[in-house]
Ligand binder design. Structure first.
Ligand SMILES: *Cc1c(COP(=O)(O)O)cnc(C)c1O
Length: 437
């Protein structure tokens, strides 16, 4: 019998995050001030982020100890399982060995609590009383709501209006964990009011919601802002995924993956599973393919420019050098709400630009086809975002079948789809349109 669940004991859980910054093929271009366009000094970020997180954003240490209080909370659901997809392999008649890291076992149902808990911890330590944030599909907002609750911090969430309307249960989840939730664009901020004046029916976007959350944090005493993806410290916190996966693959008797796959919105779950393996590729001691998977409707790596851009619509954020479709880009209302961001993490963008990772894009109907095959073989109903990784994995496994190659494919299953059943309903009973940007 093949062990198809590779678990780690609580005592085997890694106790450090891996910081890829010092190992990158070249240094990141510095963030620029939104008004002066000069490089921002770390302390320029203090109105929005606490000092501990700013320090992590620019840290040159390779490994950062995970604080005990964060580890205690991680242990509520971590280590997460690594699962060999034997039944999917069989359905595809592939000689490839497929493993997926299942982050859907967290209380919020995705990988997002890995950074939410860390961010709430450091904010608490640095004296923050209230956090504001934006959320797309609601996974990030719910993760932060839970984390804030654990540390006794207030939480205000600006939720992209299209998701607020399509996914009411996420709002309920955030409120259950004690957060206040507002559909964005809202009348609460100047950024929101400006958008509504131009377009009263605006469905919102992550870029607009970020503007609102930052404006709120900057104008309210003891409030800071929290971002669920893109930034270096967020990707850092997610490396717990890949550190665990390395240990688990070893336990499974695999020396190294041949292909590592993740869906990319801002790049955090992909970076999280990838970087602990990329460490060896950057040193030149191992080689493998890394595939970032995007929706065709919002394809910032394949179709965006690699240039300085703002993170939000109102141009309040520092300019980051990244792959971007433009800060005012409003993607079509596809169901993978978590992949509807115009930009990409600067670290992922640099690794793509230097050829260390590749990208693929798929339409939502083929992505849901893949999700159905996965549900019908492995049982798990995946989030529409994660279904992009499933699709790419299936394509690679089929190539292995054609060529008779026994590759080891590892993908990150970033979350479950139990709160996305409306999208499955549409796909099963009406069919989903394929939209390009
Ligand atoms: C938010 C989210 C994503 C996309 O965000 P990344 O920062 O790119 O990881 C992917 N999958 C799920 C389940 C999410 O909640």
């Amino acid at each position: 019998m093949i062990e198809n669940h590779i678990t780690l004991k609580k005592s085997e859980m890694p106790t450090v995050w891996y910081n890829i910054l010092p190992d990158l093929p070249r240094p990141l271009d510095p963030p620029l001030h939104p008004l002066t366009k000069q490089p921002v000094a770390p302390q320029d970020l203090e109105p929005i982020f606490p000092p501990s997180l700013i320090a992590q954003e620019v840290s040159s240490e390779n490994f950062i100890d995970i604080p005990g209080e964060v580890l205690d909370i991680y242990r509520l659901w971590r280590p997460t399982p690594l699962i060999r997809a034997l039944r999917l392999e069989k359905a595809l008649r592939t000689p490839a060995r497929i493993y997926y890291k299942y982050e859907g076992v967290s209380p919020a149902g995705s990988h997002k609590p890995n950074t939410a808990v860390a961010q709430a911890y450091y904010n608490k330590k640095d004296g923050t009383k209230r956090l504001t944030t934006e959320t797309g599909a609601g996974q990030w907002g719910s993760a932060l709501a839970m984390a804030c609750q654990f540390f006794g911090i207030e939480c205000t969430v600006y939720m992209v209006k299209v998701s607020y309307e399509q996914k009411p249960y996420r709002k309920v989840l955030m409120q259950t964990w004690g957060a206040s939730v507002f559909p964005s664009p809202s009348e609460r901020t100047k950024a929101g009011r400006d958008i509504l004046a131009k377009d009263p029916n605006s469905l919102g976007s992550l870029g607009i919601a970020i503007s609102e959350a930052i404006e709120d944090a900057v104008n309210t005493p003891n409030s800071k802002y929290s971002l669920g993806s893109v930034l270096n410290h967020v990707l850092l916190h997610q490396t717990i995924i890949g550190e665990e996966a390395r240990l688990q693959l070893e336990k499974a008797g695999e020396s190294f993956p041949d292909i590592v796959i993740g869906c990319v919105g801002g790049g955090s779950n992909f970076g999280g599973i990838l970087f602990p393996f990329m460490r060896d590729k950057l040193k030149g001691t191992r080689d493998f393919r890394a595939i970032a998977v995007e929706p065709v409707a919002c394809s910032s790596l394949l179709k965006g420019k690699y240039d300085y851009d703002y993170g939000d619509v109102a141009k309040n954020t520092p300019l980051l050098k990244m792959h971007t479709l433009g800060h005012d880009f409003i993607p079509p209302a596809i169901h993978a709400g978590g992949l509807r961001y115009h930009g990409m993490a600067p670290i992922i963008s640099l690794l793509y630009d230097t050829g260390y990772i590749e990208a693929q894009a798929y339409h939502q109907s083929e992505v849901f086809e893949a999700a159905l095959l996965f549900a019908r073989t492995e049982g798990i109903v995946v989030a529409p975002e994660s279904a992009h990784a499933v699709k790419a994995c299936i394509e690679e496994a089929k190539k292995c079948a054609e060529k008779g190659e026994e590759k080891v494919i590892l993908f990150n299953l970033s979350g479950h789809g139990f709160l996305d059943l409306g999208a499955y309903d549409k796909f099963l009973n009406e069919g989903l349109p394929d939209v390009s940007e």
